[in-house]
Design a protein around this ligand. Structure first.
Ligand code: PAF
Length: 280
């Protein structure tokens, strides 16, 4: 495994590999790696010759300074874990100033309105930050196949949009959400949960599955009410939003239709958990 911290190092390493005919797979991450990330890497390794993994807690996508401060950082652990699945990976772990040189003016991205809803509405500026970092990362990676989890389905849609506009030689792949055995979607934030809240959190997915089973019959409004009641029953979890939106354009719908997903964000104490599931 090669670990580098400079853009130019990644660029020339990959250029060499490309010249010898290797196809690049890229898994961008913010570290605190878990099995969900590893499944992205396994998928990338399956369809490419060289794996690039970036580990960078991107400050511009955090809209709360405490969230940024509390975000888990554990580079040593991450590298040890990576070594077990991808011993030949190129790992890019830059400092903040490498990605955001002082005095740089950030551009504003047209995200086609995909950022107006759900996570975008609740976390102003979040997706501009995601767009900024993936744009920079794709400039560094060059042509590749890049892998993202469907847990962040809205992020995946926005990254597809950014790649289509600015990086046509980067192919975006979505990988299904990995779940713990009790159904909780894997996330680096799960490790911030207290044991009591961790024990309660699986109710989110259980309630989502119930929603998915009943929505055709009972309708969206009634099922949403039931979802919120079920999740909030103990008094420790708080639903920030729950809605059904079209998979393609993320437009919210109130009457059930096919090719939609159920999306939710739930606070477990201070920890914000998001999840989504296909309804058709
Ligand atoms: O999903 C993530 O881990 C991050 O949002 C990403 C895509 C690596 C950008 O910082």
């Amino acid at each position: 495994m090669i670990v580098v911290s400079k853009k130019t190092e990644v660029h020339s390493l990959l250029e060499n590999k490309r010249q010898s005919g290797s196809k690049i797979g890229f898994v961008p991450t913010m570290g605190a790696l878990h099995d969900g990330h590893l499944s992205l890497m396994r998928e990338a390794l399956r369809v490419s010759d060289v794996l690039l993994v970036s580990i960078f807690v991107n400050p511009t996508q955090f809209n709360s300074s405490s969230d940024l401060e509390n975000y888990p950082r554990q580079l040593e652990n991450d590298l040890a874990l990576l070594e077990t699945v991808a011993p030949n990976a190129v790992v890019f772990a830059p400092e903040v100033t490498e990605m955001y040189p002082p005095n740089e003016t950030l551009r504003s991205y047209d995200l086609g309105g995909l950022d107006d809803v759900m996570e975008g509405a609740k976390r102003p500026g979040h997706f501009q930050g995601v767009a900024a970092i993936v744009d920079k990362l794709f400039q560094i990676s060059g042509p590749c196949k890049a892998f993202f989890g469907e847990k962040d389905f809205q992020q995946l849609a926005i990254i597809r949009h950014v790649a289509a506009q600015y990086h046509p030689h980067v192919d975006i792949y979505g990988v299904p959400t990995r779940r713990e055995s009790d159904g909780l979607a894997m996330s680096s934030r799960n490790m911030l949960l207290s044991p009591a809240l961790r024990a309660e959190a699986p109710i989110i997915y259980q309630s989502m599955l119930k929603f998915a089973r009943q929505v055709r019959h009972d309708g969206i409004e009634a099922c949403l009410k039931e979802f919120v009641a079920m999740v909030e029953k103990s008094g420790h979890l708080k639903v920030e939003y729950a809605e059904v939106a079209r998979s393609k354009d993320l437009k919210s719908v109130t009457d059930f239709e096919e090719n939609t997903r159920f999306f939710t964000a739930v606070f477990a104490g201070d920890v914000r958990l998001i999840d989504n599931v296909s309804l058709s």
